[in-house]
Design a protein around this ligand. Sequence first.
Ligand SMILES: NC(=O)c1ccc[n+]([C@@H]2O[C@H](COP(=O)([O-])OP(=O)(O)OC[C@H]3O[C@@H](n4cnc5c(N)ncnc54)[C@H](O)[C@@H]3O)[C@@H](O)[C@H]2O)c1
Length: 333
Amino acid sequence: MTESAKAAQPVSGQRILVTGGAGTIGSTLVDQLVDAGAAEVVVLDNLVRGRRENIAAAAEKAGDRLTLVEGDINDLGVVRELTAGKDLVFHLAALRITQCAEQPRTALESLVDGTFTVIEQAVEAGVKKVVASSSASVYGLAEQFPTTERHHPYNNDTFYGAAKAFNEGMLRSFHAMKSLDYVALRYFNVYGPRMDAYGVYTEVLIRWMERIARGERPLIFGDGLQTMDFVHVHDIARANVLAAQAPVTDEVYNIATAQEISLAGLAEALLAAMDSDLTPEFGPARQVNGVTRRLADISAAARDLGWKPTIGMDEGLRGLVAWWQAETQGISA
Ligand SMILES: NC(=O)c1ccc[n+]([C@@H]2O[C@H](COP(=O)([O-])OP(=O)(O)OC[C@H]3O[C@@H](n4cnc5c(N)ncnc54)[C@H](O)[C@@H]3O)[C@@H](O)[C@H]2O)c1
């Protein structure tokens, strides 16, 4: 059997560890793994951002097939215990880019040391494949659009992006040293249900929904011309499942929609999704991050993983609004 064919791993009937599985993307992946018939799903999450409620529905469905272990990816003993006997590891635990900038040492311990522990123990345990979450942040402000996976990482100047690039490097080195099969997925701009509506690092969409619900105009700092490439959390979770199943190893893939939307366009789309006739308000520019454009080339994921995004922005934003209203205002979705 070729190296690539050996890397095709089913999800059904498998014993699986999901780090960060109580978070936005991880919990959505847990739903899909349970639905796909995984034999056992263990979530390792220290709940710094994740929430038990995120996996409550999956837990009800899965019964004793799903376990939440409240613990840290830096805890070697716990990671050793939880990787033992697993077929697959989905590694999603990480801190947000903003927190990494404010607390680089904490970020180093979590994103770098923690990821090392997960990879090292996955190898020790003889796990068949690791699917890891990377980020478009590895590109910084790209020089070529649409941006392919071959684009260099030297324009990134964030600690978060640096850690994600090093994570990819670690995976590659463990593939070379220890024949670890892995796929890393570079998500672009993520949105969807279970986005953090409570924490300090809430996304712009959450802040805007709060304002619009109060009858206030969504506030854009600067001209709103910077663009993003949004991809729905359900599509991202599906990319993880396909990355496990596809006969590929030692590869990274962009996960995005290949659709560019400006910040101002996003505000307009959100207003439409909330049936509001308000218009965006523009405030003084704030230098939050230097990435003014994102647009991915996603042909590699289509070719090798059979993955394509299925949820468009209008549908996705309406679903996000319905979830957020149910979550925060007790209005049923
Ligand atoms: N959301 C985005 O825009 C985005 C974009 C690109 C990549 N990613 C990556 O996708 C992955 C999932 O992101 P998300 O949006 O679901 O974020 P999230 O914050 O909702 O989920 C991350 C989870 O990891 C947990 N966690 C953090 N540090 C931990 C540690 N040391 N030990 C155990 N658990 C820990 C958190 O409690 C949380 O539940 C992350 O690796 C992230 O870097 C996210």
